[in-house]
Design a protein around this ligand. Structure first.
Ligand code: FEO
Length: 161
């Protein structure tokens, strides 16, 4: 059965949100590089790639089900960053926003009783739990410090997969 127009549109809206996320993290990576925070920059570059990958996975799912995947206009990301800790606070807020969007996507799949989409979106629900946790762990490094300087946090974060 082909994907319904309503489900397809909901996925396309999420693809736009994922691409926006990818650009936001790319912009953050550029800022980190400019300021000489190599580890944070590497982490953000990787995270930006992951978001693009999420968009592609969703597009492939829509296409595999006979739908149309669209790249809509993507808003320019924010650029007024202050310091590393503030950037990770914004990242957590942003991921929480993405979680809400994914939950809305799951609601559409539930409403349409679209089993394949329910199954597909489930994996992204799990992914959001993991993504929020990863950023929260980084923020805890800033909060507790435990003798860490921002430079050691930069090394720790840069070494993360
Ligand atoms: Fe694709 Fe970080 O959410």
């Amino acid at each position: 059965m082909n994907i319904s127009k309503k489900m397809q549109d909901a996925f396309n809206a999420q693809i736009t949100a994922e691409l926006y996320s990818s650009n936001l993290y790319l912009q953050m990576a550029f800022w980190f590089r400019k300021e000489g925070w190599k580890g944070f920059a590497d982490w953000m570059f990787k995270h930006s790639d992951e978001e693009k990958h999420h968009a592609l996975e969703m597009a492939n799912f829509v296409l595999d089900r006979g739908g149309e995947a669209l790249v809509a206009a993507i808003d320019a990301p924010e650029v007024d960053f202050k310091d590393p800790k503030e950037i990770f606070e914004r990242t957590l807020k942003h991921e929480q926003w993405v979680t809400e969007k994914i939950n809305e996507l799951a609601d559409v799949a539930d409403e349409l009783k679209d089993r394949a989409s329910i199954n597909f979106v489930d994996k992204f629900i799990d992914e959001q739990v993991e993504e929020e946790k990863t950023v929260r762990d980084i923020l805890n490094l800033f909060r507790h410090r435990d003798g860490h300087t921002v430079a050691t946090i930069d090394d720790i974060v840069g070494a993360q997969e």
